[in-house]
Write a new protein. Structure first.
Length: 140
């Protein structure tokens, strides 16, 4: 029987860096992990989700044209991570109003291609991730 975990990420009020096409740093909100699950080893799940969060943040970028045209917005990126770390069924649960930012959000997973496999202690067949991404040109 397959068990699924719904992982919800909520925006915090602090700021973190976001990589642009040129490698300069812009700022965006990084989500905070809140988990609803049935797992024996909670710490292993938290460590794995922290790894996923950091990997997504590291691969996030602000498209040059979107920045030039002053596009801003937030979206919710949703996808499955399978036990072997493969990514499936990625889509924007809530898109921004900018096509460029929506494409950039989906491209994050294309850049990552594959996460590390689950720790042995995690028995789930997959994890469902829903992560808000915020694209902002200001620090407000």
């Amino acid at each position: 029987m397959n068990y699924f975990i719904l992982v919800l990420f909520f925006l915090l009020s602090f700021m973190t860096s976001c990589h642009s096409d040129e490698g300069t740093h812009l700022y965006s909100h990084i989500p905070h992990v809140t988990v609803a699950h049935k797992i024996a080893t909670k710490n292993d799940l938290e460590v794995y989700l922290n790894y996923v969060e950091q990997t997504i943040e590291h691969n996030k970028f602000y498209p040059k044209l979107a920045r030039e045209e002053k596009h801003e917005g937030h979206c919710v990126l949703k996808f499955h991570i399978m036990r072997d770390g493969s990514i499936h069924d990625a889509f924007l649960e809530t898109p921004t109003t900018s096509y460029l930012l929506n494409q950039a959000a989906l491209e994050i997973l294309d850049r990552i291609q594959h996460f590390e496999p689950f720790p042995v202690s995690l028995k789930e067949a997959s994890i469902i991730i829903a992560i808000p991404l915020h694209y902002s040109l200001t620090l407000n």
